[in-house]
Design a protein around this ligand. Structure first.
Ligand code: UT7
Length: 339
């Protein structure tokens, strides 16, 4: 195989393998918590949260609900939507920063729960960009023939690493999971309208480690720790980094911003979504917004938003969809796909 711009080409044959999105699913905890309910416990208000973030409610995991149970639920729905049997899955990548255990990988718990044994299963830890990292990694493994059918999942229980005394962070996050089934499909290299992932870019910059992190871990404090964030600085970097990476992917794909049908972004803050859309010159109507319903669910937010727009019929076959996210590390990335 050789690389021809944005895709791997089987030398001489003009053939490519593309990773095609076959179906999606999502899962939310039973309990929904409104801003007003939070304001009864924390020194905040519905007005402040809505004005600064766009968030109106979030889902919070209760007893018996974990990252693995939510991920399994979302994965089962994605398999059903794709018409794929769990036994056909030979790759599971689960993006999470809130695993059930320090090890083994939560993806192996999901694999066991689904009853598909023997394939590849591992977790990816890139916080809010985790789904983009997982998607790009799955795409690479599918296109190089290491697997044929993948489950790519983003699942989190951030409520369990929040400091509920810290109003600057605890109002922002929620729990949930989203999943997609990705299948390796043979196609012609010059078919510009074929379904599949087209181009993706990932980045990390560890210099910004301390702007968004958890103050615990097995190798440092031997505790789980709590989320800490310097929100204003993160906001500033997010808008710049996302606009840059979106332009990189558009350039790699040879596509203009106007050709995009839908942007499915990480749902951290409605103001970041507005600012990024403005920088790209895209109308906000093309951006899938779920931050009002789910709050920031870290690695789960992109697949949760994607599944929402699939379920309500906004995203259709043939659409060009841009996924993007930015989070702790910093890490960030974007991926363009044809449905
Ligand atoms: O998912 C990974 C990526 N994460 C993000 O992208 C998050 C990016 N950052 C943000 O979304 C925003 O910066 C926040 C929503 C976190 C904060 O909004 P902001 O407009 O940057 O507010 P701020 O931090 O500058 O705080 C403004 C004021 C402060 O009061 P003073 O110092 O002006 O008197 C805060 O103490 O708002 C106060 N404040 C609150 N008031 C009521 C902070 N949190 C709250 C709260 N309720 N929950």
């Amino acid at each position: 195989m050789e690389r021809d711009g944005r895709q791997w080409v089987v030398a001489g044959a003009g053939k490519v393998i593309r990773s095609v999105i076959r179906g999606s699913g999502s899962a939310l905890p039973r309990r929904v918590v409104s801003n007003a309910e939070l304001a009864a416990e924390v020194d905040t208000s519905d007005e402040w949260i809505v004005e600064r973030t766009g968030i109106r409610q979030r889902y919070i995991a209760g007893e018996g609900e974990t990252t693995a149970t939510l991920a399994t639920d979302a994965a089962r729905k994605a398999l059903a939507a794709a018409g794929v049997d769990a036994a056909e899955i030979d790759l599971i990548i689960l993006a999470t920063a809130t695993p059930d255990n320090t090890f083994p990988a939560t993806s192996t718990k999901v694999q066991h729960a689904l009853g598909c044994h023997g394939g590849i299963a591992f977790d990816v830890q890139a916080v809010c960009s985790g789904f983009l990292y997982a998607l790009t990694t799955a795409d690479s493994l599918l296109r190089t023939g290491s697997a044929k059918k993948a489950l790519v999942i983003g699942a989190e229980t951030f409520s369990r690493i929040l400091d509920w005394e810290d109003r600057t962070t605890c109002v922002l996050f929620g729990d949930g999971a989203g999943a997609i089934v990705l299948e390796a499909v043979d196609g012609e290299a010059d078919d510009d309208h074929a379904a599949g992932l087209i181009a993706s870019r990932l980045h990390a910059d560890g210099r910004q480690h301390d702007l968004l992190y958890v103050d615990g871990g097995p190798s440092t404090t031997q505790t789980v720790g709590h989320l800490r964030m310097r929100g204003r600085e993160v906001f500033r970097h997010a808008v710049v980094n996302l606009a840059e990476v979106l332009n990189e992917v558009l350039e790699d794909a040879g596509v203009s911003a106007e050709e995009i049908d839908w942007v499915v972004p990480h749902q951290a803050n409605a103001r970041i979504l507005d600012a990024t859309a403005r920088k790209l010159g895209l109308p906000i109507e093309k951006v899938v917004v779920t931050v009002d319903q789910h709050a920031n669910t870290s690695a789960a937010s992109v697949p949760l938003a994607f599944d929402t727009a699939i379920q309500d019929g906004r995203i259709k076959a043939g659409d060009l969809v841009m996924f993007e996210a930015m989070g702790g590390g910093f890490t960030w990335g974007a991926c363009l796909a044809r449905m």
